[in-house]
Design a binder for this molecule. Structure first.
Ligand SMILES: Cc1cc2nc3c(=O)[nH]c(=O)nc-3n(C[C@H](O)[C@H](O)[C@H](O)COP(=O)(O)OP(=O)(O)OC[C@H]3O[C@@H](n4cnc5c(N)ncnc54)[C@H](O)[C@@H]3O)c2cc1C
Length: 473
């Protein structure tokens, strides 16, 4: 039964995670303005229901699901509230997406300092995850570029936080998974750029140790990322391809001015000049099995060692940063039961050994990851941070009814490797983490501090999600 039709909780709807591997139903409501939020909090309390906040629903796991409860979809809160093109400072509502943001500021010579691998997440969702980009070791997470945010807390208070004012809450709400309050406006410091293009270098590396060393050796670049062929074993374990990128000064790019126009930032409509992008998920689906992925990865690696070895070229900012957006709905190619991602962060000195063990365990279980991505990171001051001085390896796994239980057992084994190496996991990418493991990597002090803040900001435990109940209860 609808808890209160007068507040038009619009429907009891089925929702999914980005990977389409989890489904749950909830009372869904899309507020038109932040002013509706206090009444919604009140309604939830009266009905004995909890509320999860949702941006674009681009979290791989259950961060924005709330089974049988209320989900507030905040995408309609998407006004730009202030823009200072001289200083690159922008204030937005939380439903503004990364795509909206770069569209708004690019022509003035600015770019978001930290972006994820897709442009569709909202700024509110990005702050709650405290996202990192392919420049994390140098730029830190998005939270380090927040000058100020305003939030409504479930206890009814409206707060403004900066790194200095209400600093404890600032460092807990950023990365706080929407459990302490709702961001209602966010002021970001953007990055000045002179060209909308990057100079990109690509080359192959023969194994994991060489991949990690290459990433470290190129920390002077603006971006570094590694693709890992997770199907290769033996001496080729962890082989792959590195991409680095550097911003261009106006003097280095004859097309600098034109490249700052939004219409110069387009993803190709066809792949390989032939196949319309929209067709690809269907065309890829039959090849999403261990044998085909092995064949495709082998071909890709061999091409990266020959055709594109030490190739230098120029790419638009969106082509380099949003590679995964080339194929709209690519996640559908994983089939009806979707995919999960497992991203672990390991301290630098333990990374080679731990990632090798992780790749071996996946292969031994007959569950090789179909996509592996390596990045370099550094620590940050946020309470529930996933980052550290080291590397992360993000692994995508196909889910099927037959392998679901085996995947969960594999993830538990991987957790042990990560925790033994002093590593961390990333909540918005996670679907399998158990409460005990989360508390082990966060540490007792951080968990106690988070609990204390949660009791203060949300005394009736109104803000919850499936993820929160999974790791925090
Ligand atoms: C293809 C792909 C590539 C990605 N690449 C990266 C990457 O490179 N780096 C990275 O760090 N992440 C990456 N991600 C993860 C993604 O950036 C995060 O999951 C992000 O949180 C998604 O934002 P969203 O708007 O979809 O939020 P949702 O998934 O809807 O929600 C995420 C969290 O934000 C909370 N939330 C949403 N709005 C608010 C608000 N106004 N106030 C408070 N809390 C709120 C929700 O409760 C939830 O806990 C990637 C995801 C995809 C699908």
């Amino acid at each position: 039964m609808n808890p209160d039709p007068s507040l038009s909780l619009q429907s009891f709807s089925g929702l999914e995670n980005f990977g389409h591997s989890l489904r749950s139903s909830a009372w869904l409501h899309q507020p038109e303005q932040a002013g509706e939020l206090p009444a919604l909090f009140k309604l939830a309390r009266q009905q004995g229901l909890s509320i999860a906040l949702r941006g674009s629903g681009r979290s791989y796991g259950d961060a924005a699901l709330n089974s049988g409860q209320i989900v507030l979809d905040l995408r309609r809160l998407k006004r730009v509230l202030a823009w200072d093109p001289a200083r690159g400072r922008i204030t937005v509502e939380p439903g503004v997406t990364i795509e909206d943001l770069w569209n708004y500021v690019l022509a003035d010579g600015w770019w978001p300092p930290v972006v994820p691998g897709t442009m569709f997440p909202t700024i509110g969702g990005c702050l709650s995850a405290n996202i990192h980009g392919k420049n994390n070791w140098v730029a830190g997470p998005i939270g380090e570029h927040v000058l100020e945010f305003s939030a409504l807390l479930p206890n009814g208070r409206r707060v403004t936080c900066t790194p200095r004012k209400n600093g404890g809450l600032f460092r807990a709400m950023i990365g706080g998974l929407g459990m302490l309050g709702v961001f209602t406006s966010i002021t970001l410091q953007l990055k000045p750029i002179e060209s909308g293009r990057l100079e990109v270098n690509a080359w192959a590396e023969p194994n994991l140790e060489a991949m990690l060393a290459a990433i470290d050796a190129h920390k002077d670049c603006d971006y570094v990322v590694g693709w890992v062929d997770c199907t290769a074993g033996g001496r080729a374990l962890g082989r792959g391809q590195i991409h680095t990128a550097r911003y261009l000064h106006a003097a280095q790019d004859p097309q600098a001015e034109a490249s700052l126009r939004v219409d110069a930032q387009v993803l190709p409509a066809r792949m390989f000049g032939l196949v319309p992008r929209g067709w690809l998920p269907k065309l890829m689906a039959p090849f999403m099995n261990n044998l085909s992925v092995w064949a495709v990865n082998t071909a890709k690696y061999l091409a990266s060692r020959t055709i594109s070895h030490h190739k230098t070229y120029r790419q638009s900012l969106i082509e380099f940063n949003f590679l995964l957006d080339y194929i709209p709905g690519w996640e559908r190619s994983y089939g009806r039961d979707g995919l999960i991602q497992y991203q672990s962060f390991i301290p630098k000195v333990r990374a080679a050994e731990a990632f090798a063990e992780i790749l071996r365990l996946c292969q031994k279980a007959g569950l090789p990851s179909y996509l592996g991505v390596l990045k370099r990171h550094r620590p940050d001051p946020f309470l529930l941070t996933h980052a550290l001085d080291g590397y992360s390896l993000a692994l995508d796994f196909k889910v099927t009814p037959a392998n679901r239980a085996r995947l969960s057992a594999l993830a538990a084994e991987l957790d042990e490797v990560v925790l033994a190496a002093g590593g961390r996991l990333y909540f918005v990418k996670d679907s399998t983490l158990r409460a005990g493991s989360a508390k082990r990597f966060l540490g007792r002090r951080a968990v106690a501090e988070f609990k204390k803040l949660k009791t203060k900001t949300d005394p009736h435990n109104l803000l919850q999600s499936d993820l929160y109940r999974r790791w925090f209860d």
